[in-house]
Design a protein around this ligand. Structure first.
Ligand code: SF4
Length: 438
């Protein structure tokens, strides 16, 4: 039997980078490469890096260093690959560096170090590709790049302007995933609500009909495939109201991941956030009227340059009013190359950032805990992620994998990953729910 070259893969960064990793791996698997879990003994190591924050860059450089030590043949790709000089300065010996979404170049680099073996009995790649996520949920990327220019962000520089995939292409991929057993589709992009703007919303043929490349149309069609559909990275534009109607109708999960980042108009303006001018609290109120079950998750940044105590307090007031389900908070980091560094605004001292972060987290924890407590006594649908002999771990409709909380489900009958069960919630702690399958 022909030797199948072995590749070890490190995937760092956000869910969007994970989708890139899956594409590279799918291609390699189709060519007969074997994926191995350790660097030792592999024919090459691919490191898919994240270059968004300085801390992520440090993590990427450390992962490259480890791969060089343990293996020596290292190919680097992903966001940090857009700045090859930063990588070469620390690790001159990497074999190749390619930027984000450069699937072809990564594969060519692999061919150069470990040519593919031609074996007619190669493992066939499953029709839905190789998923790095468990089989019952999958990320579905609907576009690349971003037309916004938030001043703290280098993604548009790294990934360019918005390029949407035609609706029919997204739907075909989603249908394959569902047919292969995926029970939950996580829709991702840099700005999901801007989907199709670049295509002028052009329609494409899906089954017997034309589907426009529009957020509402795509969400409706995805919702008809029979899997849970979860929307990430949505901005509070007015047209999002229509999609909330689909949530009220049960077609799409009543969950919105909206990175608000701040609430002070002055800071939002300096951040150049999309939809910052809209009255966000009014919009949230309206959404909850349309879909009372709606759960919102968001992220915020404390310590953006120029943020005053008054700005920060506006953010705390917003939290209290908005009563969001889940919230993440980051301390601002001056990312090299981000326009925010050139705004001439005074940086916030580290200790002030830390204090504000603590105050923010404390305020939100109380709100999240109250929201969770309100679920006690209810019957919720829960998707099982990790079955256990007596207690399994799953998620409610308001919990995305990896970023939100869990529901611990006691059950007399054995549960399998991907099962969607009804659970009577008995208690809540600070982050998670506990209940019994009924
Ligand atoms: S919306 Fe803003 S933060 Fe998000 S990717 Fe685009 S520029 Fe970056």
């Amino acid at each position: 039997m022909t030797h199948q070259p072995k590749i070890s893969f490190v995937s760092l960064g956000c869910p969007k980078a994970l989708v890139d990793s899956e594409r590279i791996i799918t291609t390699l698997r189709a060519e007969g490469y074997e994926l191995v879990k350790t660097h030792e003994g592999a024919d090459a190591v691919i490191v898919n890096t994240c270059g968004f924050l300085d801390s992520a860059k440090a993590e990427s450089l450390a992962a490259i260093g480890e791969a060089l030590n343990k293996n020596g043949k290292v190919i680097v790709t992903g966001c940090m690959g857009a700045e090859p000089e930063q990588i070469r300065a620390v690790h001159a010996d990497v074999l190749a560096i390619t930027g984000p979404q450069a699937y072809e170049s990564v594969v060519s680099a692999v061919h150069a170090v470990a040519p593919p073996a031609h074996d007619p009995y190669l493992d066939l790649v499953p029709a839905q590709g190789v998923k790095l996520t468990p089989r019952h949920y999958a990320y579905l990327k609907i576009s690349e790049g971003c037309n916004n220019r938030c001043t703290f962000c280098i993604i548009p520089k790294l990934r360019g302007d918005l390029v949407s995939r035609p609706a029919a292409e997204v739907l075909r991929e989603a249908e394959k995933l569902v047919k292969a057993g995926v029970k939950e589709l996580l829709v991702i992009s840099q700005d999901t609500s801007a989907y199709g703007v670049d295509l002028k919303y052009a329609a494409s043929k899906w089954q017997d009909r034309e589907v426009r490349a529009k957020f509402l149309d795509l969400s409706r069609e995805l919702g008809s495939l029979g899997a849970w559909v979860r929307l990430h990275y949505v901005y509070p534009y007015p047209h999002v109201d229509e999609v909330i109607g689909l949530m009220a109708d049960g077609l799409v999960l009543p969950y919105l991941d909206i990175p608000f980042q701040h609430a002070s108009p002055t800071v939002l303006k300096a951040m150049r956030r999309p939809a910052a001018q809209d009255k966000t609290l009014d919009r949230i109120r309206r959404w909850r009227e349309i879909c009372p079950d709606l759960g919102i998750r968001s992220t915020f940044i404390v310590g953006f340059p120029g943020e005053t105590e008054e700005d920060f307090e506006l953010m705390l007031d917003f939290l209290k009013e908005a009563r969001l389900e889940r919230v993440g908070c980051f301390k601002y980091e001056a990312v090299k190359g981000a326009p925010a560094n050139d705004l001439g605004l005074p940086p916030v001292p580290e200790e002030v950032k830390q204090t504000r972060w603590n105050r923010f987290m404390e305020a939100q924890q109380a709100i999240s805990a109250r929201r969770l407590q309100s679920r006690v006594g209810k019957r919720l649908k829960v998707i099982v992620d990790e079955p256990g002999p007596t207690v399994s771990r799953g998620r409610s409709q308001w919990d995305a994998p990896e970023i939100d909380g869990s529901v611990y489900v006691a059950s007399r009958r054995p549960l399998r990953a991907g099962d969607i069960v009804t659970v009577k919630i008995e208690r809540a702690d600070a982050y998670d729910l506990h209940g019994i399958a009924v």
